[in-house]
Design a protein around this ligand. Structure first.
Ligand SMILES: NC(=O)c1ccc[n+]([C@@H]2O[C@H](COP(=O)([O-])OP(=O)(O)OC[C@H]3O[C@@H](n4cnc5c(N)ncnc54)[C@H](O)[C@@H]3O)[C@@H](O)[C@H]2O)c1
Length: 329
C-alpha cells in the first residue's frame, strides 16, 4: 500500500510511520514543514528505510499538492499546530494553518481519479468546550456529544474550533465527493518523542532534575493515558478495516479507560524512576479545569476489536527511558 502521512515528523506521525513500516508491502511519504517536528536522530534513523520518503513542505501552500503522486491508498492527515501555549500565542495562525491545510488536502483528494481513504485526526478538545458550557458531559463520553465553542473570544478554543469545523469539512467533502474517510479523536496519547510540553514529558524532566519540592497541579483530578504504540495500531487497524467504510463516515474515539489521579500518576513515575521528592508543592486546579475526563471506547472495540495492550507502568518506563536519554536542551 502507498501511504501519505502529513505531520510525519511529529509525535504521532513518526510512531505511525514506524508501525506501518513493519508491513513490507507499505511505502510511505511523510510531509512536514518541521515547524514542530524535527529531523532528529530518531527520524533520521527511520528515513534510512528505502520504503519511506520525506518531503519538507508547507501544506498551507496549495501549489505544493501539484507535486505529490496521485496514487496513494491511504492518507493520514495529522499536520496541525497543537499545544496549549500556541492557542494563546498565535491563535490566528492556529486557525489558518489547521483549517487551510485540511481544506487543501480535501481539495486535492477531490481531484484524484482514485480516491485514497483519509484519516483526519480531530481531538477530544472538539467537545471540551461542551463541558465548560453545560457543566458536565456523560462519563464515559461517547462520540455523539455536542461539539461546542463555549466562548469564541477565548483563544484557548481556537484549536478546538479547527477540529470542530474540520470534522464537518471531512464529513461533507466525503459525502459530496465520495471520499472514503474516518475521523479519529485521540485522547491523551503519550510516549517517547512527544515534545516537552505535556504532563508526562514535563514530569520526566522534573524527575531527571530531581525537582524538590515537586510541584503538583490538580492532584485529585483523574485522567487516562494511551500509549503511542497502542494508539497508532488503532489508527492503522481502523484504516484497514472495511467496517469503517460507512456512510456517513464514522467518528471514533481512541483512548484508554484506566483512570488515574494526577497524584497516583506522580507516585507511579517516582516508583518507576526509583526517586521520590521529600516534599510536594501542591497547587489547585486552574480555573475551568475538568475534574474527570474519560472517553467511551465502546465503538472502536465493537468495530475492530481493538483494546489497549501496553500497561501504564510499561509505557511510562519506556517513555522515561527515552526522556532520560534525550533531556530538554
Ligand atoms: N498527541 C495527542 O495526544 C493528540 C490529541 C488530540 C489530537 N491530536 C491531533 O493529532 C495530530 C498529530 O498530533 P501530534 O501530537 O503528532 O502533534 P505534533 O505537533 O507532534 O505533529 C504535528 C506535525 O505537523 C507539522 N505541521 C504543522 N503545520 C504544518 C504545515 N503547515 N505543513 C506541514 N507540516 C506542518 C508540525 O511540524 C508537526 O511535526 C494533530 O492534528 C493533533 O491535533 C493529537
Amino acid at each position: 500500500m502507498k501511504i501519505l502521512i502529513t505531520g510525519g515528523a511529529g509525535f504521532i506521525g513518526y510512531h505511525l510511520a514506524r508501525y506501518l513500516l513493519n508491513d513490507e508491502n507499505h511505502t510511505l511519504v511523510l510531509v512536514d514543514n518541521l515547524q514542530r517536528g524535527s529531523m532528529d536522530e530518531d527520524l533520521q534513523e527511520l528515513l534510512k528505510n528505502s520504503r519511506v520518503q520525506f518531503i519538507q513542505a508547507d501544506l498551507t501552500d496549495q501549489s505544493f499538492f501539484q507535486s505529490l503522486p496521485t496514487d496513494f491508498d491511504h492518507v493520514y492527515h495529522l499536520a496541525a499546530v497543537n499545544g496549549t501555549k500556541w492557542f494563546y500565542k498565535i491563535p490566528d495562525e492556529v486557525l489558518r494553518i489547521n483549517t487551510l491545510s485540511l481544506i487543501y488536502i480535501l481539495e486535492w483528494i477531490k481531484t484524484l481519479p482514485r480516491k485514497p481513504k483519509l484519516c483526519f485526526t480531530s481531538s477530544n478538545e472538539a467537545y471540551a468546550g461542551a463541558i465548560e458550557a453545560f457543566g458536565q458531559l456523560p462519563i464515559p463520553t461517547p462520540e455523539n456529544v455536542p461539539l461546542v465553542i463555549s466562548d469564541v473570544y477565548n483563544p484557548r478554543w481556537t484549536y478546538a474550533g479547527t477540529k470542530l469545523i474540520g470534522e464537518q469539512f471531512v464529513i461533507f467533502y466525503a459525502q459530496t465527493h465520495h471520499i472514503p474517510a474516518i475521523i479519529v479523536r485521540p485522547h491523551n496519547f503519550y510516549g517517547p518523542r512527544a515534545g516537552y510540553d505535556h504532563v508526562i514529558p514535563e514530569w520526566c524532566t522534573k524527575i531527571t532534575q530531581k525537582m524538590d519540592p515537586f510541584v503538583l497541579y490538580s492532584p485529585e483530578e483523574t485522567r487516562t493515558f494511551c500509549y503511542i504504540t497502542d494508539a497508532v495500531r488503532a489508527m492503522s487497524m481502523l484504516m484497514d478495516s472495511p467496517a469503517t467504510n460507512t456512510e456517513p463516515i464514522p467518528t471514533i474515539h481512541i483512548g484508554n479507560t484506566d483512570e488515574i489521579t494526577m497524584r497516583d500518576l506522580a507516585e507511579k513515575m517516582f516508583a518507576i524512576t526509583e526517586w521520590h521528592p521529600q516534599t510536594f508543592n501542591e497547587q489547585p486546579s486552574p480555573a475551568g479545569s475538568v475534574k474527570r475526563r474519560l472517553a467511551d471506547i465502546t465503538k472502536i472495540k465493537n468495530l475492530i476489536g481493538w483494546e489497549p495492550q501496553i500497561s501504564l507502568d510499561e509505557g511510562l518506563r519506556q517513555t522515561f527511558t527515552w526522556y532520560r536519554e534525550h533531556p530538554k536542551s
